[in-house]
Write a protein that binds this ligand. Structure first.
Ligand code: NAI
Length: 469
């Protein structure tokens, strides 16, 4: 029986990064993955392919509508969806191959198949064939569960992969839907809704709450909704979807979406994006005493130890935001805890980014949270409109909003909507990690002309006065 110091179950961003870090720290590591390609949801059917399509569809939209202003005239702009999908698949393959290369380079042993925990320190891997003949038993002192999450379902809504799809299906439509209904105005709904809206679909977003992007700063979310509505998306807030029926046959199939207290909505395609749930089933957790919390997530302590000795868990299967970079940090901290005894993640400073156009990025506390907690704060806002680089780029929509403690000036939250928000937020995360004040950011030299000056100006605004407005 192969023996390892550590077996990682799941080769997503949490698991594969944990495996690399563990190997760097001298452990003999094995990693088990049931999919043929490594990289998990993020690399295969999530972050990476969606960003490839967001990039392509944005270029298409720009070629169609956004270049006149620069004095660039194109002839007729056409769409080759199959070629766009091929490029996306090639981007995914480069990344999944990259993960496989990293496993090899770091001496991590790869096991192909589905892992099941069978006892303290033992895991059985069932290959594609299934059954006992195709099973291999592994032993390890430590087992790290990094099995990620799957799409949450809604009662009355069956994902058939054709008319009613999850995010994986919406990354692979073979034609642009006439009318796409998106259920849920969260990360996935807005990103993939944007992709198909840019490519020509009529997109209606049905959202249960009275706002989009729950959890994000409300002022920024409101501006996001306004911007996407201007781009052509229709939002129906306060709409609770209670079921979807598919009628018709073959190419004529259509969906009828039932909304509580409202007329049903018809669509060619439906994207269900109402969240994700942890993958904990069929892992054998009960057999060894790994306990779940009330929301089905694996309970862990500050060292990522589960309730069963020798078993650890990270990423989407434990509490916290279901984000690839959070899973990576969990993975590094978990193995460092095992090997060195130190390692931790600051969950107050996990940035969130929605890769729409414009992007939306956030870190730290929202204004609503500060109000609720009774924390005294000052607010500095600066619009892209007043930034020279943004004007030169013709990307003047959006703003940076900085929230700092009213007494200490310590940065508490930074929220951005606008071009390259996802890159600009990195400065805020670094500053906050070092406990910076708004004045620290305001007094830092920011190159001119760059969008980063908007962050500096918002920090100046928090201190009383921006220079350029
Ligand atoms: P989400 O939690 O972001 O949004 C789900 C939305 O569906 C919420 O607004 C919720 O109120 C709504 N909803 C729930 N039930 C409903 C109903 N019956 N009718 C209408 N609306 C309903 O979940 P989403 O977008 O599915 O994303 C899943 C996870 O994947 C998230 O945790 C997110 O963090 C992650 N993700 C991150 C991305 C990024 O970092 N850019 C991109 C895509 C996903």
């Amino acid at each position: 029986m192969p023996e390892h110091d550590l077996i990682v179950i799941g080769a997503g961003p949490g698991g594969y990064v944990a495996a690399i870090r563990a190997a760097q720290l001298g452990l003999n590591v094995g990693i088990v993955e049931k999919e043929a390609a490594l990289g998990g949801t993020c690399v295969r059917v999530g972050c990476i392919p969606s960003k490839a399509l967001l990039e392509s569809s944005e270029r298409y939209a720009e070629a169609k509508h956004g270049l006149d202003v620069h004095g660039i005239q194109l002839g007729e702009v056409g769409l080759d969806l199959a070629a766009m999908m091929e490029r996306k698949d090639a981007v995914v393959k480069a990344n999944t191959d990259g993960v496989a290369f990293l496993m090899k380079k770091n001496g991590v042993t790869r096991y192909a198949g589905t892992a099941r925990i069978t006892g303290p320190g033992t895991v059985v891997v069932h290959g594609q064939e299934g059954g006992d003949d195709d099973a291999q038993e592994l032993a390890a002192e430590h087992v790290l569960i990094a099995t990620g999450s799957k799409v949450a379902t809604l009662p009355g809504v069956e994902i058939d992969g054709e008319v009613v799809v999850d995010s994986t299906g919406a990354l692979a439509f073979d034609q642009v839907p006439g009318h796409l209904v998106v259920i849920g105005a969260g990360y996935i709904g807005l990103e993939l809704g944007s992709v198909w809206q840019r490519l020509g679909a009529e997109v209606t977003v049905l959202e249960y709450l009275d706002r989009v992007l729950p959890g994000m700063d409300a002022e920024i979310a409101k501006e996001a909704q306004k911007t996407f509505a201007k781009q052509g998306m229709t939002f129906r807030l306060g709409s609770k979807v209670t079921g979807v029926q598919v009628k018709g046959r073959g190419k004529k199939k259509r969906a009828v979406i039932q909304v509580e207290g409202e007329e049903p909505v018809e669509a060619d395609r439906v994207l269900l994006a109402v969240g994700r749930t942890p993958n904990t089933a069929d892992l054998g957790l009960d057999d060894v005493g790994v306990e779940l919390d009330e929301r089905g997530r694996i309970k862990v302590d500050e060292a990522f130890r589960t309730t069963a000795k020798g078993f650890y868990a990270i990423g989407d299967v434990i509490a916290g935001p279901m984000l690839a970079h959070k899973a990576e940090e969990d993975g590094v901290a978990a193995v460092e805890r095992i090997v060195t005894g130190a390692g931790h993640v600051d969950y107050g400073l996990v940035p969130g980014i929605v890769y729409t156009e414009p992007e939306i990025a956030t870190v730290g506390k929202t204004e609503e949270a500060l109000k609720e907690e009774g924390v005294p704060y000052v607010k500095g806002v600066f619009p892209y409109q007043a930034n020279g680089r943004a004007r030169a780029m013709d990307r003047t929509g959006g703003k940076v909003k900085i929230l700092a403690h009213a007494d200490t000036d310590r940065l508490l939250g930074v929220h951005i909507i606008g071009a390259h928000a996802g890159d600009l937020i990195a400065e805020a995360v670094t500053a906050m990690t070092f406990g910076a004040s708004a004045e620290d950011v305001a007094r830092t030299v920011h190159a001119h002309p760059t969008l980063s000056e908007i962050v500096k100006e918002a920090a100046l605004a928090a201190g009383g006065a921006s220079l350029h407005i």
